[in-house]
Write a protein that binds this ligand. Structure first.
Ligand code: HEM
Length: 502
């Protein structure tokens, strides 16, 4: 009896706390528009889950954005989320790193309890440690370094990687583009210091598996506990991390040797740069070899995951082109007519670039971003025009919603490469597939270079025609920040025979 009474009291106290917190959060943020809540207990969670199930979460945000304006608050149970598409707020988020930090609870730092990318990877870290790392990595990813990297990647794509594609299709074959591009883009790592790492097929397979498992971990405790691929996924990460350790140790030895001989590392050795970047901690103090290697492993895992962004982007391009055969014909014609023997040649692919930019607009792989907003107790919190009293409130912005806004884009849902006419500059903060500012994508120049190079080599050697299953058309999920593709993206690929003149 006593136990039951205690349980009842505990439950009532929890309920009271829930009501109290929700009520005061609503009060404190009352000046900011809010969609009507489902219930005081659930906030907007029921609505959000319903739209998630329909794979329409981003459409719900578009609807809320059209109804409530550039900034609104919604509640995940008691937790308020400030959603913004307001240019002034976005400007602050991109420039003010002191107050807006990467959300400290990023769930993808471990998966099923196995360390995945650690807490200080270049993607998810914050503060001085991140700043130092970014500074060391910047010369590798700089636009000025892309020419050298291009001349290293081109023979790889035109050599072993093309050979793999040719063997794969021989006289013609249906291939899943997503799977094959996974291997292609991962294989570029081999020219960037990762030659002692796993083979590309295994990396691609593991990355897809990990990305599939991440949402399961997030969705609920029950699906987390019952997930039957837990062991397999944990083993995969374990294997990747131990292979990454071997590759990192080897490059670490090499860099020490270079230093001893006063030689410098090549500018295309990304792994060497990662070792350098992890050599010191956030206070500038040198780390032990073991620590350097451990932090480098986190970054190797991060790089493997972000390389997949290019896979999703180019696969999405072919999904969009399925409804735009004339654009596909024009893009392939340009790719076949243009010599990419020089870096200038690659950069002269104007129409192809327009198609990629348009794909980045309509299907940005990163559909949204999250930041945590913190301010000193002596300061007044402010996001755009709104005063914020919620310390550490989560801020969400959505590249996808901005890219589909009629406020900035004429006929926003139409795939129209021509809108990228020479001299066209989108409104500030209306187009940010790579985000912008200090926390913008460090790999954007590399991604553009590799995506064009891959398309060029494929188009000059193969005919590629979409062969999607009409009953299971490829699509993308709106549920997670990083876009996921659903259903097979089948393409009929056969050797390209240029027409011979008579
Ligand atoms: C089409 C391809 C890609 C797209 C669309 C893309 C997009 C983005 C976006 C939107 C962010 C900001 C995320 C946020 O803070 O909310 C980001 C960050 C980042 N990206 Fe990319 N990315 C791509 C490819 C790559 C590649 C190939 C690399 C490197 C190999 C890379 C490395 C990074 C890193 C390290 C960050 C974190 C930067 C920091 O916080 O300092 N990305 N990317």
């Amino acid at each position: 009896m006593f136990l039951i009474s205690c349980l009842v009291v505990a439950y009532l106290l929890k309920l009271a706390r829930h009501y109290y917190r929700t009520y005061w959060s609503h009060q404190r943020l009352a000046a900011i528009p809010q969609p009507p809540i489902d219930s005081i207990m659930k906030g907007h969670t029921t609505t959000l889950n319903k739209w998630k199930e329909k794979n329409k979460l981003l459409d719900l945000w578009i609807e809320w954005h059209n109804t409530y304006g550039d900034t609104f608050v919604f509640f995940l149970s008691t937790r308020p989320i400030l959603w913004t598409a307001d240019p002034a707020s976005l400007k602050d988020i991109t420039t003010d790193l002191k107050h807006f930090s990467k959300f400290d609870g990023l769930p993808n730092r471990s998966l099923y309890g196995q360390r995945l990318v650690g807490t200080e990877s270049i993607l998810s870290g914050n503060g001085l440690g991140w700043a130092l790392k970014r500074k060391v990595m910047t010369p590798f990813f700089a636009k000025t370094n892309m020419e050298e990297l291009y001349y290293a990647c081109k023979p790889h794509m035109e050599g072993p990687e093309l050979k793999r594609w040719k063997e794969l299709i021989k006289d013609g074959k249906k291939v899943d583009l997503h799977d094959q591009l996974g291997i292609t883009f991962t294989s570029y790592l081999q020219v960037m210091g990762f030659h002692n790492f796993m083979n590309s097929e295994l990396i691609a397979k593991n990355v897809f598996k990990i990305l599939e498992a991440l949402p399961k971990q997030l969705s609920s405790w029950l699906s987390y506990l019952c997930s039957n691929d837990k062991e397999e996924t944990v083993n995969m990460i374990h294997e990747m991390r131990s292979e990454a350790k071997k590759a990192a140790m080897e490059i670490h030895r090499q860099t020490v040797r270079y230093k001893r001989n006063e030689q410098s590392m090549t500018n295309i050795n990304m792994l060497g740069f990662l070792i350098e970047a992890n050599n010191k901690n956030g206070h500038g103090k040198r780390r032990s070899v073991d620590d350097t290697v451990t932090f480098t492993i986190d970054d190797i895992m991060t790089i493997c995951l972000v390389m997949d962004n290019m896979v999703k982007q180019i696969t999405s391009l072919f999904m969009l082109l399925n409804d735009e055969p004339e654009c596909q014909r024009k893009m392939f014609a340009e790719l076949r007519e243009t010599s990419i023997d020089t870096f200038e040649g690659l950069n002269s692919l104007e129409y192809t670039e327009k198609c990629i930019l348009e794909c980045l607009r309509l299907r940005p792989v990163l559909t949204r971003g999250t930041r945590s907003y913190k301010f000193k107790n002596t300061e007044e919190g402010k996001v755009g025009n709104y005063v914020i009293t919620e310390q550490g409130i989560r801020i969400v912005f959505s590249e996808y919603v901005l890219h589909h806004s009629p406020k900035y884009w004429e006929n926003p849902d139409k795939f129209n490469p021509e809108r990228w006419f020479p001299g066209f500059v989108p409104e500030p903060f209306s187009y940010m597939p790579f985000f912008v500012g200090a926390r913008g994508c460090i790999g954007k120049h590399m991604a553009m270079m590799m995506m064009k190079l891959t398309l060029s080599v494929l188009a000059r050697n193969f005919d590629m025609v979409q062969d999607f299953d009409p009953k299971n058309m490829p699509d993308f999920t709106q549920e997670f920040a990083v876009m996921r593709l659903i259903n097979k993206v089948d393409m009929w690929v056969e050797p390209y025979q240029p027409e011979q003149g008579c």
